[in-house]
Design a protein around this ligand. Structure first.
Ligand code: DGP
Length: 121
């Protein structure tokens, strides 16, 4: 499977579709999920064109990988839920069919603002 330039997050990255932006740097863009599952539900997506975490791990540069992981931490801090606040959060990366991935552009969900409950339903 090759990267689909017409996926919804590619359009958000190009500014063709609006988003409620939280944070942006060279490596990541973060914005509120359109269909929040918890009080805080945001997405952290790679700036690079990667389909999922496997594609990213195999093909991204070390700088991109570090940038994404640090980006999640920056978003958590900006939202005031990083572990040093005593709150915390859950990140989820859905991957391909069994993972239930809907949008084929690498993204992490960040859920918080309340106890997010059991890991799987
Ligand atoms: P996933 O199943 O992991 O691929 O989750 C995709 C998420 O993307 C889902 O929670 C809803 C969200 N989403 C889909 N379309 C849009 C959009 O146009 N804007 C925003 N902000 N979120 C979207």
């Amino acid at each position: 499977m090759s990267y689909d330039d017409n996926n919804i997050f590619a359009k958000i990255l190009r500014g063709e579709i609006p988003c409620k932006k939280i944070y942006e740097d060279e490596y990541v863009l973060s914005f509120h999920d359109v269909n929040p599952q918890k009080k805080i539900h945001v997405l952290v997506i790679s700036k690079g064109k990667y389909i999922d975490l496997d594609d990213f791990s195999s093909n991204a540069s070390n700088d991109e990988i570090v940038g994404l992981i640090k980006g999640i931490n920056k978003v958590a801090k900006k939202l005031g839920v990083s572990s040093d606040t005593g709150q915390g959060y859950r990140t989820i990366a859905n991957i391909s069919t069994f993972g239930g991935q809907e949008v084929p552009h690498l993204h992490f969900h960040l859920l918080s603002g309340e106890n997010v409950g059991k890991m799987t339903q």
